[in-house]
Design a binder for this molecule. Structure first.
Ligand SMILES: [Zn+2]
Length: 186
């Protein structure tokens, strides 16, 4: 089973939608599912946590499910690979658990998958993982970014955040910056 060519049209392409793409009505609801397309659209189960049942967002999700969207539960192995890549790129602090699952679902797809997301952190980590990503509705990143994480309190650049995502030294929130530690002003 070598040489699967992701995105090379035709047989069994999988597209993973993030919450924004689901709610924007992209994918099955847009293409009408019955058009003979072999594209399989999936989204992580956690998308359910981000919609309000009975509200407009809940109804959007129901429409997508009716049109053929499949909700999946990613493996913990894939989730850990995503977190590790995001840790290295500095995106971990801004990835939601649903974002992690979107990328993990792509890693779990047997023949590879493409991710549709407007989230620049999701796109950035996708590149790092070798997963094809395209913007769902809006912006695409032009190149891979390595973020530095800086403490908003003490100004340090900690190696790692606490499990709660805070500065291990002073406990203040961390913020991403493109400025590396040695380019420090102030
Ligand atoms: Zn600090």
């Amino acid at each position: 089973m070598a040489d699967a060519a992701p995105g090379a049209g035709g047989t069994g392409r999988t597209v993973v939608l993030d919450t924004g793409a689901v709610l924007a009505g992209l994918g099955p609801a847009q293409s009408g599912a019955s058009g003979g397309s072999s594209t399989r659209f999936v989204a992580p189960e956690r998308v359910r946590d981000e919609v309000r049942p009975g509200g407009p967002t809940g109804r959007s999700l129901e429409r997508q499910l009716d049109a053929g969207l499949v909700l999946v539960m990613p493996s913990s192995v894939a989730r850990e690979r995503v977190r590790e890549a995001a840790r290295v790129s500095g995106d971990l602090a801004v990835l939601s658990v649903t974002d992690v699952d979107v990328l993990a679902a792509a890693l779990d797809a047997p023949e590879g998958a493409e991710v549709w997301s407007d989230d620049l952190a999701v796109q950035n980590v996708a590149r790092r993982l070798g997963v094809a990503a395209r913007p769902a509705t809006g912006r695409a990143i032009r190149s891979e970014v390595v973020w530095h994480v800086r403490c908003t309190g003490c100004g340090r650049y900690p190696e790692a955040a606490t499990p709660a995502g805070e500065c291990p030294v002073c406990g203040s929130p961390l913020k991403r910056t493109r400025r590396p530690p040695d380019g420090r002003r102030v």
